[in-house]
Design a protein around this ligand. Structure first.
Ligand code: 13P
Length: 257
């Protein structure tokens, strides 16, 4: 597989945290701290209600804003849902799709991940598609089967052009919010597996260009070890993205030589 240079992405998933005022304050504090981070794309994903506040506060900086989910229909009687076009209208450039918390608590399945990914791409958003196994799945040796099912179920059927625009986030469920980060070697093995899968489902070239982020208890003190792994192209950060200094420390982690 020819090795491509992949630009790092550090994305903060705020989950169900931050009011509008808090979002404004966080992005305003973050912007100067990451102003020199020319080596990576910086993304924040506020809850829907704080997206516009974050977009306004990010104006003039390199910080891009993401939704945390979307619905695949353009509009209609879908109480509680938000469309891709609505996210674009609010100023988003990215959207997280298939996060394990959506899968665990809100009935997200691979088929809905697929429909949402398609809808996001049609609207011009960059989907950050999440995959990852539970602790029970890992301990029973099912990690690769789960990643295979989630990857194919969510992404097979995209055109090569569509696939070239997505990001994949590997987030082992047992590492999310637990403080139990995957070792750099465990993460690298999963990323390697996903890249091979991308090569077999799409092409070696597309697989080599695919950016795969790691998520699960990423902190300022473990980011360097993770980013030292060749197959890790960035991070999807939960708790540590809620504070400007800790998120900036993750963003500003030097690139590997
Ligand atoms: P934590 O960084 O809080 O473990 O969350 C990870 C995550 O779920 C990001 O999407």
């Amino acid at each position: 597989m020819t090795r491509q240079t992949r630009r790092r992405v550090i994305a903060g998933n705020w989950k169900m945290y931050k009011t509008q005022a808090e979002a404004r304050a966080l992005v305003s504090a973050l912007a100067p701290l990451v102003a020199q981070a020319a080596h990576c794309d910086v993304v924040v994903a506020p809850p829907f209600t704080a997206i516009v506040a974050a977009v306004e506060a990010a104006r003039g900086s390199s910080i891009a804003v993401s939704g945390q989910d979307l619905f695949w229909e353009k509009e209609g009687a879908f109480t509680g849902e938000v469309s891709a076009a609505m996210l674009v209208d609010a100023g988003c450039r990215y959207v997280i799709i298939g996060h394990s918390e959506r899968r665990q608590f809100f009935g997200e399945i691979d088929d809905s991940v697929h429909k949402k990914t398609k809808a996001a791409l049609v609207a011009g958003l960059i989907p950050i598609v999440c995959v990852g196994e539970t602790l029970q799945e890992r301990e029973s040796g099912a990690t690769e089967a789960v990643l295979d099912r989630q990857f194919r179920g969510g992404l097979a059927g995209l055109t090569p052009g569509e696939f070239s625009r997505i990001l994949v986030a590997y987030e082992p469920v047992w590492a999310i919010g637990t403080g139990r980060v995957a070792t750099p070697e465990q993460a690298a093995a999963a990323h390697g597996f996903l890249r091979e899968l991308a090569a077999s489902v799409f092409s070696a070239e597309l697989a080599s260009a695919l950016r795969i982020l790691y998520g699960g208890s990423v902190k300022p003190d473990n980011i360097a070890g993770l980013m030292a792994q060749e197959g890790l192209d960035g991070a999807l950060v939960g708790g540590a993205s809620l504070d400007a200094k800790s998120f900036a420390a993750i963003v500003n982690c030097p690139t590997r030589k």
